[in-house]
Design a protein around this ligand. Structure first.
Ligand code: TRP
Length: 471
């Protein structure tokens, strides 16, 4: 019962799992999203809440996901279903897996568009376009990129094709190969960027901004967003880590793996902040300017650095690869499910799922140009994709997995996965994923979901169109 086989294969060693899971976790979430979300939410207090979310909620849920994955040895939907059946629970637990698949599509669709920006920056920086860049020229270049649907679509298509290709080749031949060399190099370049920023930007200002908590900036919304960001950055709540756990050998300690992966992910996010905010303050950029923040500030950085075109191109190559290894983990759960469910060959499953994500992504491409003014409830298409998946679906999915692993599965099954060398760590995990994580997520979701904007909008259109009233 507890030694199911994965039809998709296994990682060839525990280090490959660490690399793959770190590759999944480290991506645009750390280097693009973390700095700009931090900037939009006022800095220090947000960072503090974020770190608390990672430790108190993220790690227990990561452990829960790996436990369920390794015990189920299938796609999230089928792992949840078969474990629920074994324990005599409702088959509806499979819906948690299904919700993850939906979240995965939404995320992959906009993720790929942003990853496309990164690929395009390899070429523009590499060609020296940012040499001596000013704020204006860097902002103009970014605007120029996102205002062209054609360019965005091109890079989006390229990125998804690469992702579909790797996932189509399977766990060992595809995923493992891509990750082994690239992760360490990315880390190294990021350190270099931090040093550069420390010497040429306002490092003190950045430190203060990131680590001095101003609690007057803390609102329900800020906490909700920090929660979402913790899930997004750690790849939790939709099945990425769960399916990577499904390919993990039996004798590996799950809590140790989670600590390493969570630690590496957090370190990279903080390094990204330290590479970017000194430049932001040194050059007088607005920290809250949104998704373009990293692209503008780094372009300025590289534009002034000796060998900047070279290091800049290298950096964006690595960022694109980090995004790639994350996108792979977004596409893997649904691909595995299609293979299990319809017995399709892997390349076909991966291509069909990738095609759907591509299609959903077209809306995100357009929301930076043609559909820019098409705003519903205060958010455009891209922002809705990001918000509904990251801030709502991921925490919800993570909460259910935590409840499932800590309260629904028999203690005996869970302990045989967790290992009992450290009874204390088991107790901490059990406590936090039974009481703390689900309650925290539930409170934050209930408190923070502000659908007021939508209601207002519906009210407005119905007043306009149906009743013919001026609004
Ligand atoms: N964690 C990745 C990043 O930071 C993105 C990602 C990969 C992800 N798999 C996920 C986000 C699953 C949420 C859920 O870029």
């Amino acid at each position: 019962m507890s030694d199911k086989k994965s039809v998709h294969g296994l990682w060839s060693s525990r280090w490959v799992f660490v690399l793959a899971a770190t590759g999944s976790a480290v991506g645009l979430g750390n280097i693009w999203r973390f700095p700009y979300i931090t900037g939009e939410n006022g800095g220090g207090a947000f960072v503090l809440v974020y770190l608390a979310c990672v430790v108190l909620v993220g790690l227990p849920i990561m452990i829960a996901e790996i436990i369920v994955g390794r015990r189920g040895r299938q796609s999230p939907i089928n792992s949840m279903r078969s474990l629920a059946a074994e324990e005599g629970l409702s088959r509806r637990w499979a819906l948690v897996g299904a919700m993850g698949i939906v979240a995965g599509f939404l995320i992959l669709s906009f993720y790929s568009v942003v990853a496309g920006w990164s690929i395009s920056y390899i070429f523009s920086i590499g060609a020296g376009r940012f040499a001596g860049a000013t704020i204006e020229s860097a902002e103009l270049a970014f605007e120029g990129l996102i205002s062209s649907p054609f360019h965005l679509l091109f890079w989006h298509t390229l990125f998804l094709t690469l992702t579909v290709f790797v996932v189509g080749r399977g766990v060992q031949k595809g995923l493992e190969k891509a990750i082994k060399i690239l992760m360490p190099i990315l880390f190294f370049i990021l350190l270099l960027m931090v040093f550069y920023a420390a010497f040429s930007g306002d490092f003190r200002g950045a430190l203060q901004y990131l680590f001095k908590a101003d609690f007057s900036k803390l609102t329900g919304d800020v906490i909700l967003i920090a929660f979402g960001q913790a899930f997004f950055s750690l790849s939790l709540g939709m099945g990425s880590i769960m399916i990577y756990g499904a390919y993990l050998a039996k004798d590996v300690s799950i809590p140790k793996m989670a600590l390493v992966v969570g630690g590496a992910d957090t370190l990279v996010a903080l390094l990204a902040g330290l590479a970017i905010f000194p430049i932001v303050f040194g050059f007088g950029l607005a920290p809250g300017q949104g998704p373009g923040l990293v692209f503008v500030s780094l372009a300025i950085s590289f534009g002034h650095m000796p060998w900047g075109s070279f290091f800049g191109a290298l950096f964006f190559i690595l960022l694109s690869i980090a995004a790639w290894t994350s996108a792979i983990s977004l596409l893997e759960p649904v691909t595995a499910w299609l293979v299990e469910r319809f017995k399709w060959p892997r390349p076909k499953a991966s291509a069909i799922a990738g095609g759907l994500a591509w299609f959903l992504g077209v809306g995100s491409v357009l929301s930076f140009n043609e559909w820019e003014d098409f705003v519903v409830g205060g958010r455009n298409y891209f922002e809705w994709m990001e918000f509904s998946s990251t801030t709502i679906l991921l925490p919800l999915g993570g909460m259910f997995v935590a409840i499932f692993a800590s309260m629904k599965l028999a203690n005996r099954s869970v302990q045989s996965e967790f290992g009992l060398e450290h009874p204390m760590s088991y107790r901490i995990w059990k406590w936090s994923s039974t009481y703390f994580a689900p309650v925290a997520v539930a409170l934050v979701l209930l408190e923070g979901i502000d659908l007021g904007g939508v209601v207002e909008y519906l009210h407005k259109i119905s007043a306009e169109n149906i009743l013919g009233l001026p609004v």
